[in-house]
Design a protein around this ligand. Structure first.
Ligand SMILES: Nc1ncnc2c1ncn2[C@@H]1O[C@H](COP(=O)(O)OP(=O)(O)OP(=O)(O)O)[C@@H](O)[C@H]1O
Length: 254
């Protein structure tokens, strides 16, 4: 169960091979509660694979993963969600035919259904709608709450995904390239929403992101992945000054 003395996330010596190819090896780090960590690295470095291992989409062949002190290494995705993990994906995971509000409401309903029996609590449905409306407003999409999610811009879809995270209220959030495909004009607003979510909720956030200015402006620490290994994890300033990191990136634009 949850233990406040334990880090939000502890990854210990994790490794994975697929078809004989070494995808990740000896990856270990821990993230204290309330911290925001950016994950950077060239294409193919293993960032998404790391997220897949933490969220339970993949199981490691070596090492362990603990969320809030609970060993989740062998737990399926839904059990990790119960342990307090929430995640967005590189590609949008919304129901395109449902409205913005309906998408967020599903996430709110799942949370409320976990804490209260929906069958025994007739007001649960209204409570989910109220919570979803608040979360849609929080990400600035109140005026678009009746729009079909599939009709939104990339930037607005990402905002809906964040509203769904707010509705689910996880303690540990993995954001996989939240700015991918987002028009450059929408990036500052989305960054501000992520910063506010982190600050107001006190949640722990890990974020894979190729926009270095976004990462460096938001996070407490940066983890650098390279060829399936963790090259460094430190403050943005220390990581950018690290000669090993600099040489790993020579000729490989971040
Ligand atoms: N299911 C799989 N089967 C075989 N190889 C895989 C599989 N999944 C990932 N890989 C390989 O593992 C390596 C790491 O991939 P991963 O997607 O984790 O990298 P990444 O750092 O997230 O890259 P990007 O920035 O391009 O998203 C890559 O070389 C990729 O080709």
């Amino acid at each position: 169960m949850s233990n406040p003395a334990q880090p939000a996330l502890a990854v210990d010596n994790v490794g994975l091979q697929i078809g004989g190819a070494r995808i990740l090896e000896g990856v270990g780090f821990s993230v204290p509660r309330g911290e925001m960590v950016g994950v950077i690295g060239p294409n193919g470095a293993g960032k998404t694979t790391l997220f897949n291992l933490i969220s339970g989409v993949l199981r490691p062949m070596a090492g362990t993963i603990a969320i809030n002190g609970q060993d989740v290494t062998q737990l399926p995705v839904h059990r990790r969600a119960k342990a307090g993990l929430g995640r967005t994906f590189q590609t949008s995971s919304l129901f395109p035919g449902l409205t913005v509000l309906e998408n967020v409401r599903l996430a709110a309903q799942a949370r409320i259904g976990r804490s209260l029996s929906v069958l025994r609590f007739p007001g649960a449905s209204d409570a989910a709608t109220r919570a979803a409306k608040e979360n849609v407003d929080e990400v600035g999409l109140g005026a678009k709450s009746s729009a079909a999610a599939g009709d939104l811009s990339h930037g607005d879809k990402r905002k809906v995904e964040i509203a769904m995270l707010l509705a689910a209220d996880p303690a540990l959030i993995l954001l996989d390239e939240p700015m991918a495909g987002v028009a450059s004009g929408d990036v500052p607003a989305l960054s501000a929403i992520i910063r506010r979510m982190h600050r107001d909720r006190g949640c722990t956030v890990m974020m894979v992101e190729h926009h270095m200015d976004v990462v460096l402006g938001l996070v407490d620490r940066v983890a650098v992945m390279h060829h399936g290994s963790l090259l460094a994890i430190d403050t943005p300033e220390a990581v950018m000054a690290d000669p090993t990191v600099q040489s790993a990136y020579l000729g490989e634009p971040v």
